[in-house]
Design a protein around this ligand. Structure first.
Ligand SMILES: C[S@@+](CC[C@H](N)C(=O)[O-])C[C@H]1O[C@@H](n2cnc3c(N)ncnc32)[C@H](O)[C@@H]1O
Ligand code: SF4
Ligand code: SF4
Length: 335
């Protein structure tokens, strides 16, 4: 908001990968799991990072990974962010440890739980047999009044999962969001095979729009859904750089605020504009260069727009789109 009014850059929304460790190994994961035994961002470094972010005006922190619930100090980190610093906090989890660790989440504003469809679709997409445990975890969170948003990665293997997720969200009382499979700048063959075609994306996003119209608890605004549905550029080269020349005539680009109002900090301390670019572009590490320098380096990463659901919604919110704010306010009791 301040950026819009004063044209000032500050990290309003920050995603931190608090660990590279994970108890699963989903085939499409862009995160570097199971790399180190110890987390480079240890408790002390996390605390000083949070202090620095607060000084810079950060209002929202999302904790992700790897699997953040594998960290022994996650309860203290959440407590420090929410109670000590008064910053809004969410945590993204694969849900497998939720039920047994529900206590550590006290005070969190909301959680995002990965759920890729019904039992068969989920277990196939993530190549693990954890569906039952995850549903138990979601139920435990809701029973403890922790708002839940499920995150579904759409691939060729599970693109028919929208109906099941929509029905379940209504039945259980969680919000649902859908994401497209990201293949990175140098994709491997397996990932490319899992990527939906433009036509398939259009159809599946239209289905999501129809459910939202029918008042199913699906988050992201109509504007974001329509933007992704109508995205005219080919995948996987869907990311437009600032020097990519003319955009399509009839398509209005939503400019990306990454690096101006939001950033992603990986498990090693490198500060990226967003998670998609993690490991793909040259950036600075805040443990070596200091957060201020790492943050100030980001405008050198030349990126303009892409068809990333989460980021499109965030871009709209942080540039004060009335459609996105109306959608946010309508759902605000859920996170
Ligand atoms: C990297 S995970 C970390 C948190 C936690 N381990 C989990 O799985 O929810 C965060 C989110 O990124 C999603 N994700 C991982 N790889 C992806 C990819 N290639 N494309 C789109 N989403 C992906 C996961 O499904 C999950 O919802
Ligand atoms: S659970 Fe999350 S971090 Fe772990 S492999 Fe799957 S997507 Fe990646
Ligand atoms: S346009 Fe924004 S969200 Fe997309 S890859 Fe570039 S920096 Fe990341």
């Amino acid at each position: 908001m301040r950026y819009k009014l004063q044209k000032r850059r500050f990290p309003a929304h920050v995603v931190i990968s608090v660990t590279n460790r994970c108890n699963l190994s989903c085939p499409y994961c862009f995160s570097r799991y199971a790399v180190n035994k110890e987390d480079r961002l240890n408790t002390e470094r996390m605390i000083s990072l949070i202090d620095e972010l607060q000084k810079k005006g950060t209002g929202y922190i999302n904790l992700t990974g790897g699997e953040p619930l594998t960290r022994r100090d996650i309860k203290d980190i959440i407590h420090y962010i929410t109670r000590k610093k008064g910053i809004k906090c969410s945590l993204s989890t694969n849900g497998t440890l939720l039920d047994e660790k529900i206590e550590v989440l006290r005070g969190i504003d909301s959680i995002n739980v990965s759920l890729d469809g019904n039992e068969e679709q989920h277990n196939r997409n993530r190549q693990s047999q954890q569906y039952g445990k995850i549903i138990k975890g979601i139920e435990a969170a809701l029973a403890n009044n922790i708002p839940v948003t499920t995150c579904t990665v759409l691939t060729k293997s599970n693109m028919d999962c929208v109906d099941d997720i929509a029905e379940l969200s209504k039945k259980k009382g969680f919000l649902a969001v859908f994401h497209l499979l990201r293949v990175g700048l140098k994709p491997n063959e397996d990932l490319l095979r899992q990527q939906m075609s433009r036509r398939e994306i259009r159809d599946v996003v239209q289905r999501i729009i129809d459910y939202k119209k029918a008042r199913y608890p699906i988050y992201y605004s109509n504007k974001t859904h329509a933007y992704i549905r109508d995205w005219p550029y080919e995948h996987p080269s869907c990311m437009l750089r600032k020097d990519d020349g003319q955009a399509e005539k009839n398509f209005k680009i939503i400019p990306c605020v990454c690096g101006d109002l939001s950033c992603f900090i990986d498990g090693e301390g490198s500060v990226y504009p967003c998670v998609i670019l993690s490991g793909q572009v040259k950036v600075l590490n805040f443990l070596e260069a200091g957060f201020e320098n790492a943050w100030n380096f980001l405008p050198h990463v030349r990126c303009r727009a892409c068809s990333f659901f989460f980021q499109t919604e965030l871009n709209l919110l942080l540039s004060l789109s009335p459609a996105a704010w109306k959608n946010f306010i309508t759902n605000s009791d859920r996170f």
